[in-house]
Design a protein around this ligand. Structure first.
Ligand SMILES: Nc1nc2c(ncn2[C@@H]2O[C@H](COP(=O)(O)OP(=O)(O)OP(=O)(O)O)[C@@H](O)[C@H]2O)c(=O)[nH]1
Ligand SMILES: [Mg+2]
Ligand SMILES: [Zn+2]
Length: 319
């Protein structure tokens, strides 16, 4: 099975990059010695100035990167040359299909879908969910919502009606419990053969869920604080893992909160995807959708086509 996965990975590389370009990049990379062969690798994680790179046979090589190349992160495809057994130097970065940035920081690359994990404890917040959706829309990446720890809720109908709002906008929502073993298999089937990154607050159970999906992994997890119900920032590196049956999962450290300071109001508006059909009904081209007369957004609010919670969130987030 492992061989098949490697072969698949190899074939995909050849198809996506084209042998010619890869050879060219390899030729351009400075010579590291006559027997240092340039190879394609996948960045598994970055820690400080170091990168853990996986070669096409599934070996892990600790690499440093040439100073003249851009920062690489989990999901990147690179050219590296082995200097000795388990060490190497990354000499080039291959073209990316896409990138994920949060607060101007590069998180991961070459992703198919984002998975926003929220939970009953620490309790989900609409403002935070909307910020993640804005990040996804502005990075042009699809996103799905995973509600974990549902066994802790004493009012699951309320939870479902809270998230129904996101479903009507067009986001897929999964309800599950790692602890009670509910909804895991349904989610696993949806993740097959793609590269997903798990995002969300510290303590919601991202690593627990990845452990559940890849049982041999045994990632470090931590209790949440009994007093504040907040997570303890257990995961510190964004790291890629292979699902044995196909597909990759990237675990990322939870952030307590983040702001959208680097985004313009136009980009924030772009993050509310259900607002889009109504924008051209505004009288003024530069309408901020706050107090202006004849505003498509405010009108959609009255007719119920835009949810009040989302509109309030928009008002809270714009500068
Ligand atoms: N009650 C309950 N607890 C859960 C569930 N899933 C995970 N947990 C617990 O939640 C706590 C935090 O889990 P982690 O997997 O470390 O959370 P994380 O999102 O990876 O957190 P960071 O790495 O800090 O970002 C652990 O004590 C888990 O055992 C669940 O379904 N129900
Ligand atoms: Mg974690
Ligand atoms: Zn308007």
């Amino acid at each position: 099975m492992s061989l098949t996965r490697r072969q698949k990975w190899n074939i995909q590389k050849i198809q996506t990059e084209g042998i010619k370009r890869v050879n060219k990049v390899a030729d351009d990379a400075q010579d590291l010695g006559h027997d240092a062969i340039a190879q394609i690798g996948l960045v598994i994680t970055r820690y400080g100035q170091h990168l853990l790179v996986e070669d096409k046979s599934g070996n892990f090589i600790q690499c440093t990167a040439r100073r003249n190349i851009d920062l690489s992160v989990a999901g990147d495809k690179v050219i590296f040359q082995a200097t000795n057994n388990d060490e190497g130097v990354v000499t080039a970065l291959l073209e990316r299909d896409n990138i994920l940035k949060r607060s101007n920081k590069l998180i991961a690359t070459n992703i198919n879908k984002l998975c926003l994990v929220v939970a009953i404890e620490p309790h989900y917040q609409f403002g935070l969910i909307d910020r993640y959706l804005i990040i996804a829309e502005n990075n042009n990446l699809p996103i799905q919502i995973i509600v974990n720890k549902i066994e802790l809720s004493d009012n699951i109908n309320q939870v479902k009606s809270d998230f129904f709002m996101y479903e009507t906008i067009g986001y897929q929502v999964s309800y599950l419990s790692v602890k009670a073993q509910k909804g895991i298999n349904t989610l696993r089937a949806k993740l097959n053969d793609k590269k997903h990154i798990f995002l969300g607050q510290s303590g919601v159970g991202k690593s627990s869920l990845i452990n559940e999906l890849i049982p041999e992994l045994n990632l470090h997890i931590n209790e949440i604080s009994t007093k504040s119900k907040l997570g303890k920032h257990t995961t510190t590196n964004t790291t890629l893992y292979h699902i044995p049956s196909g597909g990759d999962l990237i675990d990322s450290p939870g952030v307590r909160e983040f702001h959208l300071d680097n985004l313009s109001n136009k980009e924030i508006l772009n993050g509310f995807k259900e607002f889009k059909p109504f924008i051209n009904q505004c009288k003024f081209r530069n309408c901020a959708h706050i107090n202006e007369p004849v505003c498509g957004i405010k009108n959609a609010l009255k007719t119920g086509d835009i949810h009040l919670k989302r509109y309030q969130s928009y008002l809270n987030l714009i500068n």
